[in-house]
Design a protein around this ligand. Structure first.
Ligand code: C5P
Length: 222
């Protein structure tokens, strides 16, 4: 199969990352988790004590950062200036602050440039919020993956419980709904389905079923 690009967008906890990793592996493509890049910048900002309101400082900090993505065992491994931050970027503090930082146009511009570089030679499965609409508008296959807020909250809650995090299902559901609202209502590249994206509602489907559906679409797009 010739190389081409697959864009997978959708709200938080819809299962994008898990499915995108599987699809990339099966096709021999490179998986790029763009949410991990926004999370990495957010983690660094929190470490440096820079608030989302300090746009100038944030942009300077982000433009000097070296972000590397590597295929990992469970999730994509993220290195920031050589330091492995894979686990840190999933913290509750990062999750609560990432949408504010991702709404800053200068930060988006920096990260979108990097993402477009990564996809230039094709053979990439990239997941995020604006991949089909802004980052890779010419992607050969675009998927918009959703699931009900309740189902997404239940999946994320089980993941967090497995990591012994102290949260309730209601808190997770509230956090997901709030992040949806911020991602959908921001001015810069809001979360929206591209007109040419295939809508995939994963409610009630297993990861394998969703991956199989995308592989079928990939065969047709190849
Ligand atoms: O996908 P994940 O939940 O890790 O993304 C974290 C946050 O990063 C999202 O809620 C969104 O605010 C931001 N994001 C974005 N554009 C992308 C990927 C993620 O704005 N392409």
């Amino acid at each position: 199969m010739d190389k081409f690009n697959i864009a997978i967008d959708g709200p938080g906890a819809a299962g994008k990352s898990t499915v995108a990793r599987i699809v990339a592996k099966l096709l021999g493509f490179v998986y790029v988790d763009t949410g991990a890049m926004y999370r990495a910048v957010t983690w660094k900002a929190l470490q440096a004590g820079i608030s989302p309101a300090e746009k100038q400082r944030l942009t300077e900090m982000a433009s000097a950062l070296r972000i590397e993505l590597h295929p990992g065992e469970q999730a994509q491994q993220v290195l920031l200036d050589g330091e492995d931050v894979t686990d840190y970027i999933r913290s509750i503090a990062v999750t609560q602050n990432v949408s504010a930082i991702a709404a800053i146009p200068e930060i988006r511009r920096l990260l979108v440039d990097k993402q477009q570089d990564m996809a230039r030679s094709k053979g990439v499965v990239m997941d995020g919020r604006d991949i089909g609409t802004h980052v890779l508008p010419d992607a050969e296959l675009k998927i918009f993956m959703t699931a009900s807020v309740r189902e997404r909250a239940e999946r994320r809650y089980l993941e967090m419980k497995a990591k012994h995090e102290d949260v309730t299902l209601e808190q997770v559901e509230q956090e997901i709904a709030e992040r949806d609202r911020k991602d959908e209502q921001r001015e810069a590249s809001p979360l929206v389905q591209a007109p040419d994206a295939v809508l995939l509602d994963t409610s009630g489907l297993t990861v394998t079923q969703v991956a199989e559906r995308i592989l079928e679409l990939a065969q047709a797009a190849a």
